[in-house]
Design a protein. Structure first.
Lengths: 321, 349, 153
């Protein structure tokens, strides 16, 4: 791990030395155990702040839309796919970027660890290759790393960045790897449920939502200068936590991300209430694959599915009397 | 210690005490929903979860709900008819409240019960009893000590339960709290119990992370420095990673901004009050489209100024209680304590 | 709810001006009978339909939504219905996934000369929605408010 951090710092150093007014966007140590966080570095002296570990969960691509100047950005697999989509949507140009790609072995879900701490606060953490040793207020516990990854990491199809100027690190063969052609097996049980039960599940989830918009703001693809929730003429969706309004907010946000969502999980990570947001996005990812044979963020040439069409697209869903 | 203010409650009798509360009042308390510990309305004693850190949401929800019906209306030919919501008859008990959250209510009392009284808040507040529970194991993100609070502080609580083993030492913070001691479940406290409680308090305070906030701490010096540094580039530096969501404000025990909306269908509807956040772009956007706080830099600065400069000046109370929720739940770990520390060390340019 | 107290579905039909609306008009002038439960909203093109229109309809308690446009290849604006087709396919799947009953939200192609076909589409959509019953999912309930449009004078 320390070799990898060293390589990241060297790559960033070369970048900063190569010109003036340059910014490195990477990760630094957070202020609490199990937390790393985004950092913005412009001076060589600050490069020592850069870290790389199992807590570098944020999708840094979200900081790029409409950013000026030359930027080096540290990306995992999912982040790099978001980069591809952002470049296609003209939110950032390819030549502004030096992409430091790091092969990812999954990020640790802090909430899952905390749930299994028997109420003890987490004081310190030691991250090994396969296990995490967590020191609580009274005792130490060992956690099997791969069991405590984020749900979206467990179904990740592209842990190695698909676009990069430098590629560092390696995907550990011990970490179970989902096939690159997403099988969407995580949706099977849920889809088999009766419509009423699915609605009941979404009701329970959306009743937790406090409309803080952390999901939207953390999402790299949500960069609209005015979001539809803030429109008042007409008002598309009410602002209160009314279930119908909240449901429509999540439905429409997911719909606006159709064909653009790369499944990075930034939304779920940001949500303070543990809402199962990705349930909607996963379904749309599957439909976009089944209907339009498209997976977001793989290819700079492929057009976003809702920005194009084929004359032989399927009509099977339509009324045919 | 005046024996009037302090009693003992055997843990085995806690349920009896709770039964009394449930009999007479609506009870709010910490309860588990999925993976989350939330402060919510409790229907049954078994749903109360104690000893598991602090709830995700603060207790302000009970007195200042996120969505509140102000009144219903109907437009007719003769004018508009208004129907106020019926007042809740029963009293309310907020049980298992941490000292930081109880202290937060003192600030809300100033905001909603000060010069301009908010009838919705006042109505609930007049009928509520706060039964707190002390923190033996403060979280790494907690910093209540710097804000005049503490893991065993009674500020804002009518009663505070301190876990001393097989019993709770129960301190009354108000006459309303003392009135509870009429219940037969309480015993007299002896010196040994008092000593145990002191030890719990000492141990808890010593375990708290003071380094994060820096030595200067929070007070008048910080207020003056904040005023001096209003235009300092430090704000751009510390807020660069801020996403501009509303998590910090919504989970905060003292944040209290709200919006009022009418939701109408044809000629009937309701006027509701909902939480708003100074971190949202629309918060200060003017009708012309101009926004004096155009980015998260200005909005985050506003939050800090409001909490640590304007509120202390106007209300003589800090606008923060050090609960640490904004620190643990910020998606990018923007730590308010680190910002305060940086500000206190920054020389004005 | 009509005077006799029996539920009759209320379906909103977004019809594109150049094809489906004209087709509906032809059904009318040809005196072809079809169920009277639809409320027509004329739009320039099926591509004009924002998913919000459909969601707002459901939120306001409408029992069904129909969007009808020109046949692929015949769009007055050349490709509006192609874009719409992709949006609708995804939206329909998403709504049904969330629990909105299958058949509440429907899409069709009806051309200007297809008066008979239009009536058949309405017949099929209306009879299906009759079996589903009044809409409950996604309906926004404002206390003291009334979404029952038929009760309004």
């Amino acid at each position: 791990m320390s070799q990898l951090i060293h390589e990241i710092k060297e790559a960033a150093r070369d970048f900063l030395r190569d010109g003036e007014d340059r910014t490195v966007i990477g990760f630094e140590q957070g202020s609490l155990p199990l937390q790393s966080r985004p950092c913005f570095i412009r001076k060589e002296n600050d490069l020592e702040r850069l870290v790389w570990n199992g807590f570098c969960k944020n999708n840094l691509a979200g900081y790029l839309p409409k950013r000026k100047g030359k930027i080096a950005i540290v990306v995992k697999g999912c982040d790099s796919r978001a980069l591809v989509e952002l470049i296609k949507e003209n939110q950032i140009t390819r030549d502004q970027l030096v992409i430091i790609g790091v092969a990812c072995n999954g990020m640790i879900d802090r909430n899952k660890i905390e749930a299994d701490m028997d109420g003890e606060s987490i004081v310190d953490v030691e991250e090994g290759e396969d296990v995490l040793t967590i020191k609580g207020t009274n005792s130490s516990k060992v956690f099997d790393r791969k069991e405590y990854l984020y749900d979206h990491c467990k179904v990740c199809t592209n842990p190695v960045p698909v676009i990069h100027d430098i590629l560092l690190g390696q995907r550990d063969s011990n970490t179970p790897q989902a096939p690159v052609n997403d099988t969407f097996s995580d949706l099977e049980d849920f889809s088999a449920l009766d419509g009423k039960e699915r609605w009941k599940y979404f009701t329970e989830e959306m009743n937790k939502c406090i409309r803080c918009y952390a999901c939207r703001n953390a999402c790299p693809m949500c960069y609209c200068p005015e979001c539809f929730v803030d429109a008042s003429r007409p008002q598309w969706v009410g602002k209160s936590t009314d279930l119908s309004d909240t449901m429509i907010f999540h439905l429409m946000r997911a719909f606006h991300l159709a064909g653009r969502c790369v499944g990075c999980g930034a939304c779920e990570q940001a949500c303070p209430m543990g809402v199962d947001i990705r349930k909607l996005n996963r379904r749309l990812q599957k439909d976009v694959m089944d209907l339009f044979h498209y997976k977001a963020g793989c290819n700079l040439e492929e057009k976003t599915p809702l920005a194009t069409f084929r004359t032989d697209d399927s009509d099977s869903f339509m009324v045919e009397p | 210690m005046n024996s009037e203010n302090v009693k003992l409650l055997n843990k085995e009798r806690l349920d009896d005490f709770l039964k009394v509360l449930f009999r007479d009042c609506i009870v709010f308390g910490p309860t588990r929903k999925g993976n989350m510990l939330l402060f919510d309305r409790i229907e049954s004693i078994d749903d109360i979860v104690l000893g598991r850190g602090n709830t995700m949401n603060s207790v302000k929800d009970a007195l200042f709900p996120q969505k509140e019906n102000l009144f219903n209306y109907r437009h007719g030919d003769e004018g508009t008819e208004i129907q106020k919501p019926s007042a809740e008859e029963k009293g309310m008990v907020l049980f298992g409240v941490r000292p930081c959250d109880a202290q937060g209510l003192l600030l809300l009392d100033k905001v909603f019960g000060g010069g301009q009284k908010d009838p919705y808040y006042i109505d609930k507040r007049s009928k509520v009893a706060i039964i707190g529970i002390a923190c033996e194991n403060p979280d790494p993100a907690c910093f209540c000590l710097a804000l005049g609070g503490g893991p065993c502080s009674t500020k804002g609580s009518d009663l505070l339960l301190i876990d001393i083993g097989d019993k709770y030492l129960v301190k009354a913070g108000t006459p309303k709290g003392i009135a509870f001691f009429e219940e037969k479940v309480f015993e007299d406290a002896d010196d040994e119990a008092l000593a145990k409680a002191s030890l719990v308090e000492k141990k808890a305070e010593e375990s708290m992370n003071r380094a994060a906030l820096g030595e200067a701490g929070i007070g008048e010096a910080l207020e003056k420095r904040l005023e001096k540094l209003f235009d300092d580039p430090i704000w751009g530096e510390v807020t660069e990673s801020c996403l501009g969501c509303g998590v910090c404000t919504y989970l905060c025990p003292t944040c209290h901004c709200f919006d009022i909306l009418d939701e109408t269908v044809k000629s009937t509807g309701e006027r509701i009050r909902i939480w708003d956040s100074c971190q949202f772009p629309l918060f200060t956007r003017q009708a012309s489209g101009f926004n004096p706080r155009p980015s998260s830099k200005e909005r985050f600065r506003q939050r800090i100024m409001h909490k640590f400069c304007y509120l202390p000046k106007n209300e003589n109370l800090p606008g923060c209680v050090g609960c640490g929720r904004c620190v643990t739940k910020c998606p990018v770990n923007l730590d308010i304590r680190e910002v305060i520390k940086k500000i206190s060390l920054r020389e004005a340019t | 709810m009509n005077e006799s107290g029996q539920w009759k579905p209320k379906i909103i039909a977004f019809l594109c001006n150049w094809c489906s609306y004209a087709g509906a008009d032809l059904a009318g002038t040809s005196r072809i009978q079809y169920p009277p439960n639809i409320r027509v909203v004329r739009v320039p093109c099926s591509g004009r339909i924002d998913p919000f229109f459909i969601l707002a309809s459901l939120q306001n308690g409408l029992d069904g939504v129909l969007v009808s446009g020109c046949h692929p290849g015949e769009c007055h604006y050349l490709s509006g219905n192609y874009s719409a087709r992709r949006k609708f396919a995804l939206l329909k799947g998403l709504l049904e996934y969330v629990g909105v009953e299958e058949g509440r939200v429907q899409f069709s192609w009806v051309s200007a000369s297809e008066g008979v076909r239009f009536a058949k589409v309405i017949e099929e959509v209306t009879s299906h929605i009759k079996t589903l019953g009044p809409a409950k999912i996604l309906v926004k309930n404002i206390p003291g408010g009334s979404f029952d449009v038929s009760a309004h004078p």
